[in-house]
Design a protein around this ligand. Structure first.
Ligand code: 3PY
Length: 248
């Protein structure tokens, strides 16, 4: 039985005062809903998460990491730095990183490897664009994105990743995949995982991302292969984020 996991992706939002209100609102409302929860925040706010969340049920993480350990890489954040501030998770290959920072499947795979080596759980994001879906390429695209990561991992490491299916056409657009569309993609991804490690495929959490909100979370998370959510806009309001966690 896989435990549900709900991760808020704050993207480039927040400020110290608003973060304190949001984090304390979430923590106050967490009530053994049967799901794990976390927030992935901009790097400057990792210290704030550590200070305000240590000892609570809410974990935290980064939104990206460097493939390098240290050195002359201006603007980059190393895995060890995320760990230094208590991060548990790190997003790898969010579609916005792939689109705006030209992150290739190979680079995303390297990031997942580096995250695992540092003791972080990589949340590997995959998803097709609208044009790719309309061209019938969804499975080819998400398979290639996942396969690059699987090729880079040792067989036993597969169990240590989290996967997120985020159809690009549903991110920040208000459009949500129907539960059946999402379930079909999740089942397909689980089968891809199974080709590398069948036992791990049964335990890896596959999150749905793309305009998940309290109103649609229950139906999405009722699907057999949907193990939680990677939440964008709705993660910026404590009641909405809690509403999604409660829908588990
Ligand atoms: C969204 O739902 O908008 C996301 O991109 C979550 O990562």
């Amino acid at each position: 039985m896989r435990r549900k996991l709900v991760i808020g992706n704050w993207k480039m939002n927040g400020n110290r005062a608003a973060n304190t209100a949001l984090l304390s609102g979430i923590v106050a409302g967490l009530n053994d809903f049967g799901a794990d929860s976390a927030v992935c925040v901009p790097s400057p706010y990792l210290a704030q998460c550590q200070a305000e969340l240590e000892g609570t049920e809410l974990a935290w993480g980064g939104q990206d990491l460097s493939v390098h350990a240290s050195g002359a890489y201006t603007g980059e954040v190393a895995a060890a730095m995320l760990r230094d501030f208590g991060a548990t998770y790190v997003l790898c290959g969010h579609s916005e990183r792939r689109a705006y920072h030209q992150e290739s499947n190979a680079l995303v795979a390297q990031k997942a490897v580096v995250a695992l080596a540092a003791g972080l759980t990589p949340v590997v994001c995959v998803g097709e664009s609208l044009a790719q879906r309309e061209a019938g390429q969804t499975e080819d695209v998400i398979c290639a994105q996942l396969q690059a990561v699987l090729d880079a991992l040792q067989v036993e490491q597969v169990a240590s990743i989290v996967l997120a299916y985020e159809p690009v056409w549903a991110i920040g657009t208000g459009k949500t995949a129907t539960p059946q569309i999402a379930q079909d993609a999740h089942r397909f991804l689980r089968n891809c995982l199974a080709n590398k490690n069948a036992a791990a495929a049964a335990t890896v959490q596959i999150l749905y991302g793309g305009s998940m909100k309290p109103e649609n979370a229950k139906e999405l998370m009722a699907q057999p292969d949907i193990d939680g959510g990677l939440i964008g806009g709705a993660a910026l309001k404590a009641t909405d984020f809690l509403g999604i966690i409660q829908a588990v």
